[in-house]
Design a protein around this ligand. Structure first.
Ligand code: UD1
Ligand code: M6R
Length: 371
Protein backbone atom coordinates (compact mmCIF):
# COMPACT_ATOMS: atom_id res chain seq x y z
CA UNK A 1 0.00 0.00 0.00
CA UNK A 2 1.60 3.23 -1.20
CA UNK A 3 -0.83 5.46 0.72
CA UNK A 4 -0.55 9.04 -0.48
CA UNK A 5 2.61 8.37 -2.47
CA UNK A 6 3.06 7.64 -6.18
CA UNK A 7 5.81 5.09 -5.72
CA UNK A 8 7.17 2.79 -3.02
CA UNK A 9 10.61 4.38 -3.28
CA UNK A 10 9.08 7.78 -2.54
CA UNK A 11 7.08 6.36 0.38
CA UNK A 12 10.12 4.58 1.79
CA UNK A 13 12.28 7.72 1.57
CA UNK A 14 9.64 9.75 3.40
CA UNK A 15 8.98 7.18 6.12
CA UNK A 16 12.58 7.22 7.35
CA UNK A 17 11.82 9.22 10.52
CA UNK A 18 9.45 6.39 11.51
CA UNK A 19 11.60 3.47 10.31
CA UNK A 20 14.61 4.84 12.23
CA UNK A 21 12.49 5.20 15.36
CA UNK A 22 11.44 1.55 15.04
CA UNK A 23 15.04 0.47 14.49
CA UNK A 24 16.06 2.06 17.80
CA UNK A 25 12.96 1.08 19.80
CA UNK A 26 13.84 -0.77 23.02
CA UNK A 27 17.53 -0.70 22.21
CA UNK A 28 18.63 2.56 23.87
CA UNK A 29 17.96 2.03 27.54
CA UNK A 30 18.97 3.53 30.86
CA UNK A 31 22.26 2.23 32.24
CA UNK A 32 22.46 0.39 35.59
CA UNK A 33 23.87 2.97 37.93
CA UNK A 34 24.21 6.01 35.76
CA UNK A 35 21.74 8.51 34.41
CA UNK A 36 23.09 8.06 30.92
CA UNK A 37 21.60 5.74 28.33
CA UNK A 38 23.26 2.66 27.01
CA UNK A 39 22.74 0.29 24.08
CA UNK A 40 21.12 -3.12 24.37
CA UNK A 41 21.13 -5.35 21.31
CA UNK A 42 19.30 -8.45 22.51
CA UNK A 43 20.65 -10.69 19.76
CA UNK A 44 24.28 -9.91 20.60
CA UNK A 45 24.43 -9.76 24.36
CA UNK A 46 25.79 -13.30 24.79
CA UNK A 47 28.40 -12.78 22.08
CA UNK A 48 29.85 -9.36 22.84
CA UNK A 49 32.78 -10.79 24.81
CA UNK A 50 33.81 -12.97 21.87
CA UNK A 51 33.43 -10.07 19.44
CA UNK A 52 35.56 -7.80 21.64
CA UNK A 53 38.29 -10.44 21.71
CA UNK A 54 38.36 -10.88 17.93
CA UNK A 55 41.48 -9.81 16.07
CA UNK A 56 39.52 -8.23 13.23
CA UNK A 57 35.97 -7.40 12.23
CA UNK A 58 35.16 -8.03 8.57
CA UNK A 59 32.08 -6.44 7.03
CA UNK A 60 30.66 -8.41 4.11
CA UNK A 61 27.81 -7.34 1.82
CA UNK A 62 26.75 -6.20 -1.65
CA UNK A 63 25.48 -2.92 -3.11
CA UNK A 64 23.74 -0.62 -0.66
CA UNK A 65 24.36 -2.96 2.28
CA UNK A 66 28.10 -2.78 1.63
CA UNK A 67 27.86 1.02 1.49
CA UNK A 68 26.05 1.11 4.84
CA UNK A 69 28.85 -0.93 6.40
CA UNK A 70 31.42 1.42 4.88
CA UNK A 71 29.61 4.40 6.43
CA UNK A 72 29.80 2.74 9.86
CA UNK A 73 33.39 1.59 9.71
CA UNK A 74 35.02 4.75 11.14
CA UNK A 75 32.92 4.83 14.33
CA UNK A 76 33.38 1.09 14.87
CA UNK A 77 37.14 1.49 14.58
CA UNK A 78 37.11 4.55 16.83
CA UNK A 79 35.04 3.02 19.62
CA UNK A 80 36.32 -0.56 19.50
CA UNK A 81 39.96 -0.13 18.50
CA UNK A 82 39.57 -3.35 16.50
CA UNK A 83 40.72 -3.23 12.85
CA UNK A 84 37.71 -3.31 10.52
CA UNK A 85 38.05 -4.55 6.97
CA UNK A 86 35.54 -4.39 4.15
CA UNK A 87 34.62 -7.13 1.68
CA UNK A 88 32.24 -7.07 -1.24
CA UNK A 89 30.84 -10.61 -0.99
CA UNK A 90 31.54 -11.63 -4.59
CA UNK A 91 35.12 -10.33 -4.40
CA UNK A 92 35.83 -12.25 -1.19
CA UNK A 93 34.61 -15.40 -2.95
CA UNK A 94 36.54 -14.66 -6.15
CA UNK A 95 39.77 -14.28 -4.19
CA UNK A 96 38.96 -16.89 -1.55
CA UNK A 97 40.40 -14.23 0.76
CA UNK A 98 41.70 -15.24 4.18
CA UNK A 99 39.15 -15.48 6.99
CA UNK A 100 40.30 -16.78 10.38
CA UNK A 101 38.84 -18.26 13.55
CA UNK A 102 39.80 -15.07 15.37
CA UNK A 103 37.68 -12.97 12.99
CA UNK A 104 34.17 -11.66 13.51
CA UNK A 105 32.47 -11.64 10.11
CA UNK A 106 29.45 -9.32 9.91
CA UNK A 107 27.00 -10.04 7.08
CA UNK A 108 24.88 -7.07 6.09
CA UNK A 109 21.82 -7.73 3.94
CA UNK A 110 18.38 -6.18 3.71
CA UNK A 111 16.73 -9.25 2.20
CA UNK A 112 18.89 -11.83 3.94
CA UNK A 113 18.78 -13.84 0.70
CA UNK A 114 21.52 -12.36 -1.52
CA UNK A 115 23.34 -15.30 -3.12
CA UNK A 116 26.89 -13.93 -2.88
CA UNK A 117 26.45 -12.84 0.73
CA UNK A 118 25.03 -16.26 1.63
CA UNK A 119 27.91 -18.08 -0.07
CA UNK A 120 30.39 -15.81 1.71
CA UNK A 121 28.64 -16.76 4.96
CA UNK A 122 29.13 -20.48 4.24
CA UNK A 123 32.77 -19.74 3.44
CA UNK A 124 33.36 -17.75 6.67
CA UNK A 125 31.65 -20.46 8.69
CA UNK A 126 33.88 -23.15 7.16
CA UNK A 127 36.86 -21.04 8.19
CA UNK A 128 35.67 -20.87 11.79
CA UNK A 129 34.81 -17.15 12.10
CA UNK A 130 32.07 -15.91 14.40
CA UNK A 131 29.29 -14.95 11.95
CA UNK A 132 27.00 -12.03 12.82
CA UNK A 133 23.99 -11.01 10.69
CA UNK A 134 22.48 -7.57 10.20
CA UNK A 135 19.27 -8.23 8.33
CA UNK A 136 15.84 -6.73 7.78
CA UNK A 137 14.00 -9.96 7.12
CA UNK A 138 13.15 -12.15 10.11
CA UNK A 139 13.48 -15.82 9.19
CA UNK A 140 15.65 -15.10 6.12
CA UNK A 141 18.50 -17.44 5.21
CA UNK A 142 21.19 -15.08 6.54
CA UNK A 143 19.26 -14.43 9.78
CA UNK A 144 18.95 -18.21 10.30
CA UNK A 145 22.46 -19.25 9.32
CA UNK A 146 24.43 -16.62 11.30
CA UNK A 147 25.48 -17.42 14.89
CA UNK A 148 23.80 -14.26 16.14
CA UNK A 149 22.77 -10.86 14.86
CA UNK A 150 20.51 -7.85 14.85
CA UNK A 151 17.28 -7.29 12.92
CA UNK A 152 17.16 -3.72 11.64
CA UNK A 153 13.34 -3.62 11.94
CA UNK A 154 12.94 -1.04 9.14
CA UNK A 155 9.70 -2.65 7.92
CA UNK A 156 9.25 -4.28 4.50
CA UNK A 157 11.13 -2.49 1.74
CA UNK A 158 9.45 -2.90 -1.64
CA UNK A 159 11.20 -0.47 -4.01
CA UNK A 160 14.16 -2.18 -5.66
CA UNK A 161 16.29 0.81 -4.71
CA UNK A 162 17.20 0.42 -1.06
CA UNK A 163 16.56 3.61 0.92
CA UNK A 164 15.13 3.19 4.41
CA UNK A 165 17.06 -0.05 4.91
CA UNK A 166 20.31 1.86 4.27
CA UNK A 167 19.70 4.41 7.02
CA UNK A 168 18.48 1.75 9.47
CA UNK A 169 21.50 -0.42 8.72
CA UNK A 170 23.82 2.49 9.56
CA UNK A 171 21.96 3.16 12.81
CA UNK A 172 22.22 -0.51 13.81
CA UNK A 173 25.93 -0.56 13.04
CA UNK A 174 26.48 2.63 15.07
CA UNK A 175 24.66 0.90 17.94
CA UNK A 176 26.88 -2.13 17.32
CA UNK A 177 29.94 0.12 17.66
CA UNK A 178 28.56 1.46 20.96
CA UNK A 179 27.85 -2.08 22.20
CA UNK A 180 31.28 -3.44 21.30
CA UNK A 181 33.20 -0.30 22.20
CA UNK A 182 34.96 -0.24 25.50
CA UNK A 183 33.45 1.93 28.16
CA UNK A 184 36.71 3.72 28.84
CA UNK A 185 36.75 7.22 30.28
CA UNK A 186 38.26 8.54 27.08
CA UNK A 187 35.29 7.27 25.06
CA UNK A 188 32.57 8.27 27.49
CA UNK A 189 31.88 11.76 26.13
CA UNK A 190 31.79 10.50 22.58
CA UNK A 191 29.43 7.65 23.49
CA UNK A 192 27.02 10.02 25.20
CA UNK A 193 27.09 12.41 22.25
CA UNK A 194 26.39 9.57 19.81
CA UNK A 195 23.50 8.24 21.91
CA UNK A 196 21.97 11.73 22.18
CA UNK A 197 22.49 12.11 18.44
CA UNK A 198 20.70 8.81 17.77
CA UNK A 199 17.70 9.86 19.86
CA UNK A 200 17.46 13.13 17.95
CA UNK A 201 18.09 11.64 14.50
CA UNK A 202 14.47 10.99 13.41
CA UNK A 203 13.70 14.71 13.97
CA UNK A 204 16.72 15.75 11.91
CA UNK A 205 15.71 13.37 9.13
CA UNK A 206 12.25 14.94 9.13
CA UNK A 207 13.95 18.31 8.73
CA UNK A 208 16.16 17.22 5.83
CA UNK A 209 13.13 15.71 4.01
CA UNK A 210 11.88 19.29 3.63
CA UNK A 211 14.45 19.63 0.84
CA UNK A 212 12.11 17.60 -1.40
CA UNK A 213 11.06 20.54 -3.62
CA UNK A 214 14.61 21.84 -3.82
CA UNK A 215 15.79 18.41 -4.99
CA UNK A 216 13.02 18.32 -7.58
CA UNK A 217 14.27 21.67 -8.96
CA UNK A 218 17.80 20.33 -9.03
CA UNK A 219 16.62 17.19 -10.85
CA UNK A 220 14.99 19.43 -13.45
CA UNK A 221 18.36 21.10 -14.04
CA UNK A 222 20.14 17.75 -14.39
CA UNK A 223 17.49 15.95 -16.42
CA UNK A 224 19.44 15.81 -19.69
CA UNK A 225 22.90 15.19 -18.24
CA UNK A 226 24.93 12.14 -19.18
CA UNK A 227 26.79 11.85 -15.93
CA UNK A 228 27.07 13.01 -12.32
CA UNK A 229 30.15 12.68 -10.14
CA UNK A 230 29.83 12.61 -6.35
CA UNK A 231 32.88 13.43 -4.21
CA UNK A 232 33.03 12.46 -0.54
CA UNK A 233 35.58 11.39 2.08
CA UNK A 234 35.78 10.12 5.65
CA UNK A 235 32.34 9.31 7.02
CA UNK A 236 30.84 10.47 3.74
CA UNK A 237 32.84 8.42 1.27
CA UNK A 238 29.96 5.95 1.64
CA UNK A 239 27.48 8.77 0.94
CA UNK A 240 29.23 9.43 -2.39
CA UNK A 241 29.12 5.75 -3.38
CA UNK A 242 25.52 5.29 -2.25
CA UNK A 243 24.27 8.53 -3.85
CA UNK A 244 25.86 7.51 -7.15
CA UNK A 245 24.43 3.99 -6.87
CA UNK A 246 20.90 5.42 -6.44
CA UNK A 247 21.29 7.73 -9.46
CA UNK A 248 22.56 5.01 -11.77
CA UNK A 249 20.19 2.28 -10.64
CA UNK A 250 16.88 4.15 -10.86
CA UNK A 251 17.50 7.31 -12.93
CA UNK A 252 19.60 5.29 -15.41
CA UNK A 253 22.21 8.05 -15.51
CA UNK A 254 25.91 7.35 -15.26
CA UNK A 255 27.12 8.36 -11.84
CA UNK A 256 30.28 7.66 -9.90
CA UNK A 257 31.11 8.09 -6.25
CA UNK A 258 34.69 9.23 -5.82
CA UNK A 259 36.90 9.37 -2.74
CA UNK A 260 37.88 13.05 -2.69
CA UNK A 261 41.40 12.19 -1.54
CA UNK A 262 41.88 10.45 -4.90
CA UNK A 263 40.86 13.51 -6.92
CA UNK A 264 44.34 14.43 -8.13
CA UNK A 265 45.14 10.82 -8.95
CA UNK A 266 42.90 10.80 -12.03
CA UNK A 267 39.33 12.13 -11.67
CA UNK A 268 40.44 15.79 -11.81
CA UNK A 269 41.06 15.33 -15.54
CA UNK A 270 37.30 15.00 -16.06
CA UNK A 271 36.50 18.40 -14.57
CA UNK A 272 35.23 21.05 -17.01
CA UNK A 273 32.43 23.62 -17.21
CA UNK A 274 29.80 21.06 -18.16
CA UNK A 275 30.09 17.95 -16.01
CA UNK A 276 27.97 18.27 -12.86
CA UNK A 277 29.84 17.37 -9.67
CA UNK A 278 28.27 16.98 -6.24
CA UNK A 279 30.65 17.50 -3.31
CA UNK A 280 29.75 16.43 0.22
CA UNK A 281 31.29 19.03 2.54
CA UNK A 282 29.35 18.96 5.79
CA UNK A 283 31.18 19.80 9.00
CA UNK A 284 33.34 17.02 10.40
CA UNK A 285 37.03 16.25 10.77
CA UNK A 286 37.43 16.33 6.96
CA UNK A 287 35.77 19.73 6.49
CA UNK A 288 38.87 21.80 5.80
CA UNK A 289 40.20 19.19 3.37
CA UNK A 290 36.91 19.30 1.49
CA UNK A 291 37.05 23.11 1.43
CA UNK A 292 40.32 22.88 -0.40
CA UNK A 293 38.84 20.30 -2.83
CA UNK A 294 36.03 22.77 -3.57
CA UNK A 295 38.54 25.56 -4.20
CA UNK A 296 40.48 23.39 -6.61
CA UNK A 297 37.31 22.41 -8.46
CA UNK A 298 36.26 26.07 -8.61
CA UNK A 299 39.68 26.94 -10.03
CA UNK A 300 38.96 24.52 -12.90
CA UNK A 301 35.51 26.04 -13.39
CA UNK A 302 33.77 22.88 -12.22
CA UNK A 303 29.98 22.87 -12.15
CA UNK A 304 29.46 22.21 -8.47
CA UNK A 305 26.59 21.19 -6.24
CA UNK A 306 27.88 21.39 -2.68
CA UNK A 307 26.17 19.72 0.24
CA UNK A 308 27.08 21.69 3.36
CA UNK A 309 25.96 22.23 6.94
CA UNK A 310 23.34 24.86 7.74
CA UNK A 311 24.84 28.34 7.56
CA UNK A 312 27.73 27.37 5.27
CA UNK A 313 26.05 27.99 1.89
CA UNK A 314 27.41 31.52 1.46
CA UNK A 315 31.00 30.47 2.02
CA UNK A 316 30.91 27.45 -0.33
CA UNK A 317 28.95 28.96 -3.18
CA UNK A 318 31.08 32.04 -3.75
CA UNK A 319 31.18 31.11 -7.44
CA UNK A 320 28.20 31.57 -9.76
CA UNK A 321 28.40 28.02 -11.07
CA UNK A 322 27.88 26.56 -7.61
CA UNK A 323 24.68 25.45 -5.98
CA UNK A 324 24.51 24.73 -2.26
CA UNK A 325 22.29 22.26 -0.42
CA UNK A 326 22.18 23.00 3.30
CA UNK A 327 21.52 20.08 5.66
CA UNK A 328 21.23 19.89 9.46
CA UNK A 329 24.45 19.12 11.27
CA UNK A 330 24.51 16.03 13.49
CA UNK A 331 27.17 13.96 15.26
CA UNK A 332 29.85 13.07 12.66
CA UNK A 333 29.12 9.31 12.56
CA UNK A 334 25.39 9.99 11.98
CA UNK A 335 25.89 12.60 9.27
CA UNK A 336 25.78 9.92 6.50
CA UNK A 337 22.16 9.19 7.52
CA UNK A 338 21.25 12.85 6.94
CA UNK A 339 23.38 13.38 3.85
CA UNK A 340 22.02 10.47 1.84
CA UNK A 341 18.43 11.76 2.05
CA UNK A 342 18.77 14.66 -0.45
CA UNK A 343 20.56 12.30 -2.85
CA UNK A 344 17.76 9.72 -2.51
CA UNK A 345 15.26 12.49 -3.29
CA UNK A 346 17.36 13.67 -6.23
CA UNK A 347 17.57 10.14 -7.69
CA UNK A 348 13.83 9.72 -7.22
CA UNK A 349 12.88 12.98 -8.97
CA UNK A 350 15.40 12.42 -11.76
CA UNK A 351 13.82 9.04 -12.42
CA UNK A 352 10.28 10.41 -12.56
CA UNK A 353 11.31 13.35 -14.77
CA UNK A 354 13.26 11.10 -17.13
CA UNK A 355 10.25 8.81 -17.37
CA UNK A 356 11.82 5.64 -16.00
CA UNK A 357 10.33 2.93 -13.82
CA UNK A 358 10.97 3.94 -10.21
CA UNK A 359 10.16 0.80 -8.26
CA UNK A 360 11.29 -1.79 -10.84
CA UNK A 361 14.37 -0.42 -12.59
CA UNK A 362 15.32 -2.01 -15.89
CA UNK A 363 17.18 -5.35 -15.58
CA UNK A 364 17.25 -5.37 -11.75
CA UNK A 365 15.65 -7.57 -9.08
CA UNK A 366 14.98 -6.66 -5.45
CA UNK A 367 16.76 -9.70 -4.21
CA UNK A 368 19.72 -11.10 -6.17
CA UNK A 369 19.40 -14.81 -5.45
CA UNK A 370 21.64 -16.03 -8.28
CA UNK A 371 25.35 -15.47 -8.80
C1 UD1 B 1 13.67 -9.76 20.11
C2 UD1 B 1 12.42 -10.10 19.29
C3 UD1 B 1 11.47 -8.92 19.34
C4 UD1 B 1 11.14 -8.58 20.80
C5 UD1 B 1 12.42 -8.36 21.60
C6 UD1 B 1 12.05 -8.20 23.06
C7 UD1 B 1 12.35 -11.49 17.26
C8 UD1 B 1 12.73 -11.67 15.82
N1 UD1 B 1 12.78 -10.39 17.91
O1 UD1 B 1 14.32 -8.61 19.53
O2 UD1 B 1 10.28 -9.26 18.62
O3 UD1 B 1 10.34 -7.41 20.84
O4 UD1 B 1 13.29 -9.48 21.45
O5 UD1 B 1 13.14 -8.27 23.87
O6 UD1 B 1 11.70 -12.34 17.80
N2 UD1 B 1 19.68 -12.99 14.65
C9 UD1 B 1 20.63 -13.70 13.93
N3 UD1 B 1 21.01 -13.21 12.72
C10 UD1 B 1 20.51 -12.05 12.19
C11 UD1 B 1 19.55 -11.34 12.92
C12 UD1 B 1 19.17 -11.82 14.16
O7 UD1 B 1 21.11 -14.74 14.37
O8 UD1 B 1 20.89 -11.70 11.07
C13 UD1 B 1 19.22 -13.54 15.96
C14 UD1 B 1 19.69 -12.76 17.17
O9 UD1 B 1 20.94 -13.16 17.64
C15 UD1 B 1 18.58 -13.05 18.16
C16 UD1 B 1 17.34 -13.20 17.28
O10 UD1 B 1 17.81 -13.47 15.98
O11 UD1 B 1 18.82 -14.28 18.80
C17 UD1 B 1 16.46 -11.98 17.29
O12 UD1 B 1 17.20 -10.83 16.90
P1 UD1 B 1 16.62 -9.36 17.13
O13 UD1 B 1 15.22 -9.34 16.59
O14 UD1 B 1 17.56 -8.37 16.62
O15 UD1 B 1 16.59 -9.36 18.73
P2 UD1 B 1 15.88 -8.34 19.74
O16 UD1 B 1 16.10 -6.94 19.33
O17 UD1 B 1 16.30 -8.78 21.10
O1 M6R C 1 19.22 -7.59 0.19
P1 M6R C 1 20.63 -7.10 0.22
O2 M6R C 1 20.85 -5.96 1.11
O3 M6R C 1 21.63 -8.21 0.44
O4 M6R C 1 20.88 -6.58 -1.26
C1 M6R C 1 22.14 -6.14 -1.69
C2 M6R C 1 22.05 -5.41 -3.00
O5 M6R C 1 21.55 -6.25 -4.00
C3 M6R C 1 21.16 -4.18 -2.90
O6 M6R C 1 21.52 -3.33 -1.85
C4 M6R C 1 21.19 -3.37 -4.21
O7 M6R C 1 22.45 -2.81 -4.39
C5 M6R C 1 20.07 -2.31 -4.14
N1 M6R C 1 19.12 -2.53 -5.21
C6 M6R C 1 20.60 -0.92 -4.19
O8 M6R C 1 19.57 0.02 -4.10
Amino acid sequence: NKGKYDHYMQKEIHEQPESLTTTMRGRLIRGDSRKTKTVLLGGLKDHLKTIRRSRRIVFIGCGTSYNAALASRPILEELSGIPVSMEIASDLLDRQGPIYREDTAVFVSQSGETADTLLALDYAQENGALCVGITNTVGSSIARKTHCGVHINAGAEIGVASTKAYTSQIVVMVMLALAIGSDTISNQKKREAVIDGLLDLPYKVREVLKLDDEMKDLAQLLIDEQSLLVFGRGYNYATALEGALKVKEVALMHSEGILAGEMKHGPLALVDENLPIAVIATRDACFSKQQSVIQQLHARKGRLIVMCSKGDAASVSSSGSCRAIEVPQVEDCLQPVINIVPLQLLAYHLTVLRGHNVDQPRNLAKSVTTQ
